[in-house]
Write a protein that binds this ligand. Structure first.
Ligand code: ATP
Ligand code: MG
Length: 574
């Protein structure tokens, strides 16, 4: 492609609203433009990269037994009523774009496609002989995200690859899931990602298995934890951990309320009370749908709200506000405790709250803290469960190792769905005896446009993007200088033709600009190879060859440059 024909200007200024390198560079290098909040134009350079990423995904999906189709983005409300998800996606989460059409029917722009694919397959599948099946598509999805940000990372319109598997039994689902898991690893490897596959939360439903593929990046929105000794790795929402436990007092001390004014933070509190931090307790008050819940965790831990939500099986979990806290506890924020709460409050506590003798907790009286509290004597034992937030430095749940934290970008998510959708929508098959069973499903998503942003986030320098050859919009940037000279212009055109005949994707900078500007743009756009031709190189019968990822250039023949470029880009020799 001739750069004079390209759409998407490069920008010298760093856009103000861009908080991540990928967002800033994609705007500056002319890959994206914003149309409205969280809605982006995919300019020609990005479009080519998306095509290459999609192609890699497609090859791996096909190899794993997937068949490609394309479902409508426009979906009727009725299907979502069958699975009872309409209410949740519109009124509760508000993530769905929904509207009435001119006939008065309600429709939405698909945020995901479980309903549509299940509708298709329930007509397709009759007996066990029709299974397994796996279908996928690469398509635009719409989600009215509360906080669209970081450009393509969290957009309101984005490209997703979504696949769905259909099996007769659990063993079949396991095999489908495993094939997808391996395909996801191959895709991440082919894209050159530094990444980790981590255990993920599968919510109150499903539950039998879920993994996320996380590209490691400091700007990632997710926190992952992984063991420094074994292969345990999980999203923080899902992660379990072991805490150090301490020898307990031999005797119960009398419970006492101690005045301690304005002690914010457990460290200060523990110091003031002259007790170890692990004896302190945090009691957090929540509204779980229409129920009130108090959650106790050890003072040195936070509450994992996803675990609490799953335990309660509620739709929405919200911390209650200061006013309501006062109404319930009679105290200002910061002094809530389990003793003396109204009976309407359900009390649950993390396992590590349990074995302690003489512990501390808020006294439900402003500025007061109870010390030497003991279950059984001062309050009944609550419901125990795993409710704490695992974090860096905690013990691995599987071995004697320590957990380390890192930030990640979720580029893919694989999920065993079970029969949630097939039961709700009556997608079933009959077995060899003619007995009907619901089909067992899995779903497997990849954020295609998010992956492009993740590539840039992981591979750039202070001059611009450094594309990996397999996803770069073009293999090489042909930068021609001295084009005002008719002989140079003609030779440049010939070289451009020749490079294309050699099977290379070429971006030909044929613009009448100064060398400095052209090189600046070439670094910003970041194609793997830059070939510069000028009056001087052409007189020597040579070209200047430079890799984007290396500082040095060399002057070599065109034939050598072709061979090197093909090799760098992983194309077979000719
Ligand atoms: P997230 O937790 O990031 O909101 P999700 O768990 O809701 O994502 P899925 O429904 O699992 O996402 O979608 C599959 C994939 O689509 C995700 O792994 C992610 O890569 C991508 N994706 C999801 N939401 C967005 C978005 N708003 N913009 C870009 N990509 C997205
Ligand atoms: Mg997800």
């Amino acid at each position: 492609m001739k750069q004079s024909r390209l759409i998407g200007r490069t920008l010298r200024e760093v856009p103000k609203d861009a908080q991540t390198a990928a967002h800033a560079l994609m705007l500056r290098a002319g890959f994206i433009q914003q149309l409205s909040a969280g809605v982006y134009i995919y300019l020609p350079l990005l479009h080519r990269t998306l095509h290459k990423i999609s192609q890699i995904i497609r090859e791996e999906m096909n190899a794993a037994g997937g068949v490609e189709l394309l479902m409508p983005a426009l979906q009727p409300r009725e299907l979502w009523e069958e699975t009872k998800r309409w209410e949740r996606y519109t009124a509760v989460d508000g993530i769905m774009f929904a509207f009435k059409d001119r006939r008065g029917a309600t429709a939405c722009l698909g945020p995901t496609h479980e309903e549509v694919i299940t509708d298709i397959l329930r007509r397709e599948i009759k007996s066990y002989k029709d299974l397994p099946r796996c279908a996928y598509q690469i398509q635009t999805k719409f989600r009215d995200e509360i906080r669209p940000r970081f450009g393509l990372m969290r957009a309101r319109e984005f490209i997703m690859k979504d696949a769905y598997s259909f099996d007769a039994d659990e063993a079949g689902l396991d095999a489908s899931y495993e094939a997808m898991r391996q395909a996801y690893h191959r895709i991440c490897q082919r894209l050159g990602f530094q990444y980790r596959a981590v255990e993920a939360d599968s919510g109150a439903i499903g539950g039998s298995g879920s993994q996320e593929f996380m590209v490691l990046a400091d700007t990632g929105e997710d926190t992952i934890l992984f063991c420094d000794q074994c292969d345990y790795a999980a999203n923080q929402e899902k992660a379990q951990s072991k805490l150090a436990e301490f020898p307990q007092d031999a005797e119960l001390q009398p419970m006492q309320a101690v005045l301690g004014e304005g002690l914010i933070g457990v460290d200060k509190l523990a110091k003031f009370l002259n007790i170890p931090v692990w004896k302190t307790t945090k009691t957090m008050l929540y509204e779980a749908d229409d129920q009130l819940v108090a959650v106790m965790v050890r003072g040195d831990c936070g509450v994992n709200e996803v675990k609490v939500t799953n335990h309660l099986g509620c739709k929405a979990l919200r911390l209650i506000n200061a006013e309501k806290i006062k109404e319930l506890t009679g105290a200002e924020v910061g002094y809530a405790g389990p003793i003396g709460l109204p009976p309407s409050v359900r009390l649950i506590a993390d396992h590590y709250v349990k074995g302690r003798v003489n512990f501390e907790c808020g006294a439900n009286q402003t500025n007061y803290h109870n010390i030497n509290v003991n279950f059984g004597r001062d309050l009944p034992e609550p419901e125990f469960g795993d409710f704490k937030l695992a974090k860096d430095g905690h013990g691995c749940p599987r071995c004697a190792g320590r957990l380390k934290a890192a930030r990640g970008i979720e580029v893919g998510h694989i999920f065993k769905l079970g029969t949630k959708y097939s039961e709700a929508m009556n997608c079933s098959y009959v077995d060899t005896e003619g007995k009907p069973h619901p089909v067992i499903m899995g779903c497997y998503g990849i954020g295609v446009s998010r992956m492009a942003a993740a590539c840039v986030e992981q591979s750039h320098d202070d001059k611009g993007i450094v594309w990996q050859p397999q996803v770069a919009p073009f293999h090489l940037h042909l930068v021609a200088l001295n084009l005002e000279d008719a002989v140079v212009a003609q030779q440049a055109e010939q070289i451009y033709q020749r490079l294309q005949q050699e099977g290379l994707d070429v971006l030909f900078d044929d613009r009448p600009l100064r060398a400095g500007e052209k090189f600046g743009d070439a670094d910003l756009i970041g194609l793997p190879v830059r070939l510069t031709i000028s009056k001087r190189t052409l007189e020597q019968g040579k070209v200047e060859f430079k890799l984007r990822r290396e500082p040095k250039a060399e002057v070599i023949t065109l034939d050598e440059a072709v061979a090197k470029t093909r090799s760098v880009c992983g194309l077979a020799g000719r």
